[in-house]
Design a protein around this ligand. Sequence first.
Ligand SMILES: Cc1cc2nc3c(=O)[nH]c(=O)nc-3n(C[C@H](O)[C@H](O)[C@H](O)COP(=O)(O)OP(=O)(O)OC[C@H]3O[C@@H](n4cnc5c(N)ncnc54)[C@H](O)[C@@H]3O)c2cc1C
Length: 305
Amino acid sequence: MHIADIFERDTTTYSFEFFPPKTSAASEELFETITKLKPYRPSFVSVTYGAGGTTRELTHDLVLRLKSNAGLDPIPHLTCVCHSEYEIRTILSAYAEVGVSNILALGGDPPRELAGYNRDKDAFRYAADLVRFIRKFNDSGVHPDRRGFGIGVAGFPEGHPATPNRLLEMDYLKAKVDAGADYIVTQLFFDNHDFLDFQERCDLAGITVPVIAGIMPVTSLAGMKRMAELAAGARFPAKLLRAIDRCGGDPSKIEQVGIHYAAEQCLDLLNHHVKGIHFYTLNKSTATRRIYDSLGLYNPTTKSA
Ligand SMILES: Cc1cc2nc3c(=O)[nH]c(=O)nc-3n(C[C@H](O)[C@H](O)[C@H](O)COP(=O)(O)OP(=O)(O)OC[C@H]3O[C@@H](n4cnc5c(N)ncnc54)[C@H](O)[C@@H]3O)c2cc1C
């Protein structure tokens, strides 16, 4: 379903992010997760896109499987990095052919294994260029929906590390939206003030598309360190660190505290009438299910329901 129709249908969107599994055991685990999460009726699910190589095809495979076998509405991520215009057009055509309705258009980071990779070889430097290209593709009439793909872009409530000038960064975000993005999904954050302030700054910059809040519960100390690495610059508030510290290293208490913290974040965001909450699931279901259950989000109400 085109994202505009999803926003029209769902007062608040709830969505889950998955990454393509690389082994058959990981694939089995993911589909178990999906079976457990499906009854929660996500507005959509999204599938990450690898930095390069074979994992990129896995995104396409998982998107097809989610759409045809799991009956979910998948939004593939697509990145500029390491791609020619021909490759991007081919990917878009393949998604259009099977009726994928939306794409999350991203800059992407050069893969670690390609240290020193020269971005001059890429057809598109920034996500805004990719958004512009998808819009052009939409005009070509290849997509079965006459509007073409709905387009999402990334937003960074705490700022993106490559652009320390926050005023300039907002100009770049506005450029992505002006190029044709329909919505923004944010990087994970642990202090709602950062998100609400980001939303206000978007408003002030004249960005009127919906902003979906990205939430990733801390479920282990190792996971927290991975998060800090992946979401470079993410700030872990003292309140969260203190709560984790009180667990004395007990893994099950840490998980409980992390999930409780994320649930409180979600409750507060809902009280602030956030347009959507996007759960970074890491292909696991427990944290998301517990948050849903503790907030009474089971079978979220939709305008049409
Ligand atoms: C919701 C979400 C999902 C993600 N999914 C994936 C994924 O599936 N695969 C993956 O590889 N990565 C993913 N990422 C990571 C993302 O690709 C990186 O964080 C990347 O560095 C920034 O992506 P972007 O789309 O914001 O890029 P861009 O919008 O291109 O911005 C990248 C940097 O360039 C700056 N910039 C933008 N325009 C200009 C300009 N004209 N001149 C100078 N500087 C400019 C921006 O301020 C920013 O610092 C995701 C991030 C988020 C938040």
